[in-house]
Design a protein around this ligand. Sequence first.
Ligand SMILES: Cc1ncc(CO)c(N)n1
Length: 221
Amino acid sequence: MPTITSIMRTQAEDLWNKSFNHPFIKELSKGTLPMDTFRYYLKQDHYYLNNFSILHKRIADKIDEPQIKQFLIAGSEGLNDGENEIRETFFKELTITAEEMGTTPIAPNAYSYVSHMYHELNEGTTASACTALLPCYWLYNEIGKQLIADGSPIELYQQFIETYDSPEFTEATNQMIQIIDQFGEQASDGERQRMITAFVRSSYYELNFWEMAYVHEEWHN
Ligand SMILES: Cc1ncc(CO)c(N)n1
């Protein structure tokens, strides 16, 4: 039997390919991505990562299995992958202040993505809630691995790429894949389907996250 994560990966193949080929990613690698667009991305991703951390903690609260619980708690504290330190550096270098964050609302797609994850937490199962987090690790790790060969001529973009190709991030990704496969083995057919749908939806929102940043999406009142 194929693992559930390999089934998910196949079902999300088109969405993932669109992320790999999104102009945000292509221009990040070439170094032509406007810094203003990267700045927009970082501010929205700050919202995303804060909620991502909270979600790790809430899911951990529902889990008894010590290794999975521990991994999720470490994830909620930003200890698994070294992502948070580099974000602090980016914020300093681009002078994104707390005040600026305070006056920047979360944009529609970031809001929808985060809402989807809370929906799985509140209305789904522990396994589907956990699965909604998986594309975040896995897609970025694959993007990091793809882009690292050429790198980026812009130092900040190069650091971004390196974060997601790092041994820590790769290790966290592999652990997360294993955790989801473990959930998949214990799940009923209906639960497995819900997990797969959660994965594909998160993959959809990942693709739209690049687009959101690329067009500087805003609420239209
Ligand atoms: C939207 C999004 N997905 C995944 C990651 C990787 O942690 C991130 N920083 N932001």
